[in-house]
Design a protein around this ligand. Sequence first.
Ligand code: SF4
Length: 446
Amino acid sequence: MKEIRKVLLIHPEISRTKYNFAGVIDNEPLELEYIAALLREQGVDYAIWDGQVERISAAEKLKAYMPDLVYVCGRTRQERFMLEYCQAAKDLCGSVTVIGGLHAQQCYARMYQNCVDYILVSFDIFQLIQLIQGTPSEQLEDMCWRTEGDWHTATPKPFDIQRLPLPDRSYFLTHTDRYRYLELLPCAHVRTAYCCPYRCSFCSRNKLNCGVYTCRDIQDVVEEIARIPCENIYLVDDDFLVDEKRIRQFINLIRERQICKRYVCYGRADFIVRYPELMQQLKEIGFYYILTGLEALDDQHMTAYNKKCDMDCNTKAVEILHNVGIHMMGMFIADLDFTGKDFRSMYRWIKAHKLRHAAVSIFTPELDSPLYQQYADRILTEDPGDWDYLHVVAQPGRLSLRAYYFHYHVLLIRLFLRGWRDGIYDFVDYGYYIRSFVKNMFRFGG
Ligand code: SF4
């Protein structure tokens, strides 16, 4: 392999249509910043190009920077862009190309393409550094690699998150006008764990890192937070509220260090209900949003999803956060067996429980997952761009596709109008969103 002196790290745009949450939630490219930190340590020249925020195209960046190696990450919905950027890197610069990230870890065989040289199938970014240092392909344990058109498949291993370096946030700090979580702008990401110890049936997060939950020493986490020059922190673990003792330690350390910031995290309803007094303390140290998977409207669906939580628990969790003054972002699933009545009931439940923030995803069997096999004869699309939880990818059970989309968009419009009345989305152009919701109501499935 040629000598690697310059590396371009690419995070593709979320989508090329306006049907996404750009300008509402824009995520710091944390994964690339960990790699950037390792490259800096090694004295390798690097640059980041994030399609969410860049004003020049990836092709322009490639031509100007001429990298020896290009690393591209992304999720399922970005698959086409990831491959396109690898092809462009080959055509314009003759670069070595590496694909990594969440989608590659779970669906690496989909990346077996001529424009791709290596696929990182785990969180072990040190493998990339070894590759850059010239380690022979056959010694790279967590990399699939190509030789003369044949692919050598790697078996991923769990990664110990304690090995991660502190991210190099220089890219984030030069784009603080862009990275946000709703009104929290700028909002820096901090990761304290990989994977999730729960096994909800619809979720693919618990399969990451070979299904092994791994978390950082909480003292290191607080040290990192203290050093970030940003007052909003999004703890991006799939579930931050896992271990009561660890959370108590976190609260104590934040208090001791007198760190004053606002926090966003994911947390399950059963944890909130089990420790209401901890929620009060989290509020006091600055917890602002807790993103909670409420998922359904009845215990039948909760059981089918293996959520290990019931509707009574959901109701109590909403009340507890409401009483302590933390905003709950209630996350729901529009099941494929929904009727028009179910969509209307979902709106009524959200309203009756005074939940100001709610997000509804369409039930989506992830590509190459056991759930996908279960729905194989109902899959409607082969476009990975549709795997954004806003598109119907499998035939609904009780409504036509057109009727399903119609009711889904009516629900979104009703929730959005409610948010408008409450002023919770005042940072967006309301007119633009209403117009696009209405347009989609009639366009999809037609
Ligand atoms: S608790 Fe959340 S992250 Fe964990 S498996 Fe369930 S849905 Fe996935």
